[in-house]
Design a protein around this ligand. Structure first.
Ligand code: 5GP
Length: 180
């Protein structure tokens, strides 16, 4: 698996430092609120599990699985909810936790969908942001790292369901895509 990597874009240490900073900021900003963390699976899983351990507040968690029609490396903008939330979000301060915002199409769909359920607030925390590729305008209140327009894997992000368990964010060699 390590042979498939072209370069590490964000190291384990940089991620850990940023997650701590975000956790501290969220602890301050959500103090006294009814925080509900909504993870968008599967990409969020490593980020979310590290992040919640840095938030020193009572909070609840729920998860959604969405799938975007299209190829594995290109989002089509048509979002299908594969698994919905288990509980109502009415009156809650919802924080959506995402792995990456690329075109923004998935997130803009989700934010609109959530708003119809009457939460007190909806904000977004994304580990990565690829602003160059944006097609839908979305406000991301908490961003880990802005990255250039390259397809990345690791720390929860996959290519063809592989590489999610890498502890850093990296770019694959072109050959890695051809073999799968
Ligand atoms: P968007 O709707 O913003 O274009 O796409 C969001 C989703 O596309 C992400 O949650 C992620 O699953 C996938 N995605 C976008 N860019 C990348 C990338 O560079 N690497 C990986 N592994 N997935 C990506």
């Amino acid at each position: 698996m390590l042979n498939d990597i072209r370069n590490i874009m964000i190291s384990e240490e940089e991620i850990a430092k940023k997650v701590k900073e975000l956790g501290k900021q969220l602890t301050e900003e959500y103090s006294g609120k009814e925080l509900l963390i909504v993870g968008i699976l599967k990409g969020c899983m490593l980020f979310l599990s590290d992040l919640v351990r840095e938030i020193n507040l009572p909070l609840t968690m729920d998860f959604m699985i969405v799938s975007s029609y299209g190829s594995t490396t290109k989002s089509s903008g048509v979002v299908r909810i594969v698994k919905d939330l288990e509980r109502e979000i009415e009156g809650k301060d919802v924080l959506i936790v995402e792995d990456i915002v690329d075109t923004g199409l998935t997130l803009s769909y989700l934010i609109e969908n959530f708003k119809t359920r009457n939460p007190k607030s909806v904000k977004v925390c994304s580990l990565l942001d690829k602003p160059d590729r944006r097609k839908a305008q979305v406000d991301i209140e908490y961003i880990g790292f802005k990255i250039p327009d390259e397809f990345v894997v690791g720390y929860g992000l996959d290519y063809s369901e592989l590489y999610r368990n890498l502890p850093f964010v990296c770019v694959l060699k072109p050959e890695a895509y051809m073999e799968k």
